[in-house]
Design a protein around this ligand. Structure first.
Ligand code: 13P
Length: 248
């Protein structure tokens, strides 16, 4: 069976001191038994610090973004090659906060996924509907459109991506999709991936949006939920460890 993936997305949180304590507490609590794959998505300025803290451990490093460009005059951007210099294994792309606050379109997100794959980084592609879209009955249509752009741009490499379904209305709100609601959308995404790739069964589909220590087990028990992308609860060592333990 495929190993689940629990990925933290720290967003714009942390400090040298806080990161040091958080990662040391998680590593101490993890011990030998990690039944799943684990990653933390840290702010770019802390990649070097976290790379050093995580060297030789079971926790992989993720970035929260990647440039669409490879090199050159793009002030403020960070390329895939630069991320590789710091041992980054995953890049979160198309998070709803980047779509919403930085105008990232489906095409930009698809190109970012392509750039990541091009340098051997696994993109964690985020899709998800807003509350208005859900209420208008457009959930399936929206997530399929978002994923279709990534499939179109990446051809057979699509089997190498991780997809995260994050309903926008569930992010940071304490409102979680019920396991049944999440499973329903995951099944839609799995079917779309199956039509695009004969290896769709090995593509991890994560759920994100107010996943926490209390609700993780029931979400992770769904047949098409292969892990979680965790915001707030990834900033608390004990909560993150409980979510990791819920994959067992
Ligand atoms: P929360 O877990 O804080 O709702 O955030 C989810 C998320 O956006 C992870 O990328």
């Amino acid at each position: 069976m495929m190993k689940k993936l629990i990925a933290g997305n720290w967003k714009m949180n942390g400090s040298l001191a806080a990161n040091d304590k958080l990662l040391k507490d998680i590593l101490a609590g993890l011990g030998q038994q990690a039944s799943c794959q684990i990653a933390v998505g840290v702010p770019a300025v802390y990649l070097a610090q976290c790379q050093a803290l995580l060297a030789g451990t079971k926790i992989d490093l993720a970035s929260q973004d990647i440039s669409t460009h490879e090199v050159g005059a793009y002030t403020g951007e960070i390329s895939g090659a630069m991320l590789m210099d710091f041992g980054v294994r995953y890049a979160i792309v198309g998070h709803s906060e980047r779509r919403q606050y930085h105008g990232e379109t489906d095409e930009v997100v698809a190109l970012k996924a392509q750039r990541a794959l091009g340098c051997g980084i696994t993109p964690i592609v985020c899709v998800g509907e807003t509350l208005a879209e859900r209420e208008a009955g457009q959930t399936d249509e929206v997530v399929k459109r978002q994923l279709a752009a990534v499939i179109h741009a990446n051809g057979h490499c699509i089997s190498e991506v991780v997809v995260a379904y994050e309903p926008v209305w569930a992010i940071g709100t304490g409102k979680t999709a019920t396991p049944e609601m999440a499973q329903q959308v995951h099944a839609v995404l799995r079917a779309q991936l199956k039509a695009a790739s004969e290896h769709a069964d090995r593509i991890k589909l994560l759920y994100g949006g107010s996943m926490n220590a209390a609700n993780a087990a029931s979400l992770l028990a769904q047949p098409d939920i292969d892990g979680g992308l965790i915001g707030g609860a990834a900033l608390k060592a004990q909560d993150f460890l409980t979510i990791i333990a819920a994959t067992a």
